[in-house]
Design a protein around this ligand. Structure first.
Ligand code: PMP
Length: 489
């Protein structure tokens, strides 16, 4: 029997033999009543001591996977008496598995939205439209990197902040948006989600308070919950976080961080007003609280004038700015970044290295080739034009096909329209009907601190579907709504 053994591994050889045999027995590759090689023969075959093989056999026997026939050797146990993979009863798992806390993330998500069964589902969820990913240009950039940079692109890459030319490119892009960032203060991360996670790990510990907009980005909420933070919500209106309510919270709850999405907030689409931006930065400075500024879609603006980033208003090093290439380019790149000043930057770099060494070197280099030739700006212009038409089409379709008492909050940019249903209707309940009709959205309860507060709301992503499907999807939503509104007898 040929069992691959890794002699450099920290897993003892007898365990490797045991694991290999177990896998083969449980998968059925080693059939019931197959005779295993005698320990002496197996030891000779594998170049290990006989006791090593005996230890492996003893463990498998005590698990009930093999049995010994007097004088004849070890045999695979018949299938009926074997424990089956994946169908263990709960108490059959090792104790550490039984005690594992697994309910942190799941209850807020309706699996139907993530795994819908409708054959022609119009999903108003997700981020940008995959049909507009710059596939060909990105492919060429990838080829260029492999051809010209070869092996250099396939080793780990820099551990102290990321690929330097990409950090420079990001600093240039940010400068064009009014944020002066030294490339040395840019840390490339695996998506901006990792940037959020790193900041939390460096600045907070379980039990610490964090201020967020209520509602806010659901996966940020899940991150904060999973780390056992006390989450303090500040309501949002058309002008973003109601910063007027913040000061008393800072005095009473002593948060360790303020998390905010000032541009085209997820999920409401609201933009923080210029006045509130200045107030927020001043308050954070006065109460010595860092701000985590999540600018996930700030460059997707269709109307109005851009407001300065909080980072651009910060003169003391209080704001940690986070950006991503997921919304404008492609989420599958998993490339985001943060900009931070002062000692916290080094702490974030260390934390990143400890947790995943580096972000893909190959993809950082490819992205840099793609972005630095100016295609990013033209792709941005094109995406903005298309998404703006889609936003308008969705708003028109809502006016045409949904009841008048549905309230919408038209955004100046970004990806989302936030909607309030007429009194008494629950977006969570409506979702099953909507899915039957072939349309999906994100129910508001995903985004609010108290799910009850979000029940009347839903978030529609207008960017992922072409115009015709937007109209069709909203018609379907209208039909689902009307069914929901019919008084039940
Ligand atoms: N922030 C916000 C507000 C988001 O909506 C998302 C993703 N939907 C992220 C951060 C994380 O994005 P990524 O990790 O893909 O950069």
């Amino acid at each position: 029997m040929r069992i691959p053994l890794d002699r450099q591994s920290l897993i003892p050889l007898y365990k490797q033999i045991e694991n290999y045999l177990r896998d083969n027995i449980l998968s059925g590759s080693l059939e019931a009543d197959t005779r295993l090689p005698a320990t002496r023969a197996m030891a000779k075959d594998l170049g290990v001591s006989r006791i090593t093989v005996q230890n492996a056999y003893m463990d498998l026997e005590s698990e009930g996977l093999i049995y010994n026939r007097e004088g004849s050797g070890a045999y695979v146990m018949p299938a009926l008496s074997l424990p089956k993979r994946g169908v263990k009863s709960e108490t059959a798992w090792p104790l550490w598995q039984q005690d594992l806390k697994t309910d942190v993330l799941s209850p807020r998500f309706s699996p139907q939205v993530l795994n819908p069964s409708h054959p022609d589902l119009i999903a108003f969820t997700g981020v940008g439209d995959p049909q507009h990913f710059p596939l060909r240009d990105f492919y060429k950039a990838l080829q260029t990197v492999i051809r010209t940079e070869g092996i250099d692109a396939l080793v780990y890459g820099e551990f102290d902040g990321g690929y330097p030319p990409l950090r420079e490119t990001i600093a240039h892009v940010l400068a064009s948006q009014g944020i002066q960032a030294d490339p040395g203060q840019v840390l490339i991360t695996s998506g901006s989600q990792q940037a959020l996670s790193l900041v939390c790990q460096v600045l907070l510990k379980p039990g610490d308070a964090i201020v967020v907009e209520d509602p806010t980005y659901n996966f940020a909420l899940e991150l904060f919950r999973s780390l056992d933070f006390k989450i303090v919500g500040v309501p949002v209106d058309k002008g973003g976080m109601q910063v007027e309510l913040l000061e008393s919270l800072l005095q009473q709850r002593h948060p360790s961080l303020i998390y905010t999405i000032p541009n085209f907030q997820n999920p409401t689409g609201a933009c923080l007003s210029g006045v509130r931006r200045r107030q927020l930065v001043a308050l954070a400075d006065c109460y010595d609280v860092p701000i985590l500024e999540d600018d996930f879609a700030g460059d997707l603006r269709y109307d109005g004038r851009a407001q300065p980033a909080l980072k651009a208003l910060d003169t003391v090093g209080n704001v940690i700015y986070v950006g991503t290439f997921s919304k404008m380019l492609m989420p599958g790149l998993r490339i985001g970044y943060l900009v931070a000043d002062g000692p916290v930057f080094d702490a974030l770099v260390d934390c990143k290295r400890v947790h995943d060494l580096t972000t893909s070197n190959l993809l950082q280099r490819t992205l840099n080739v793609y972005v630095s030739v100016g295609r990013y700006q033209s792709h941005l212009r094109r995406s903005s034009r298309i998404y703006r038409q889609r936003r308008d089409a969705m708003l028109d379709a809502i006016r045409e096909h949904l009841p008048e008492d549905v309230l919408v909050y038209p955004p100046d940019g970004g990806l989302f329209i936030w909607m309030r249903l007429p009194g008494g209707l629950s977006a969570t309940d409506l979702l099953s009907l909507a899915l039957q009709k072939g349309v999906s959205y994100a129910p508001g309860a995903w985004f609010t601190l108290d799910p009850q507060d979000g029940e009347r709301y839903l978030r529609l992503n207008f960017a992922t579907q072409p115009l015709e499907r937007i109209r069709k999807g909203i018609r379907r939503l209208g039909a689902a709504l009307r069914r929901c509104m019919v008084p039940q007898v």
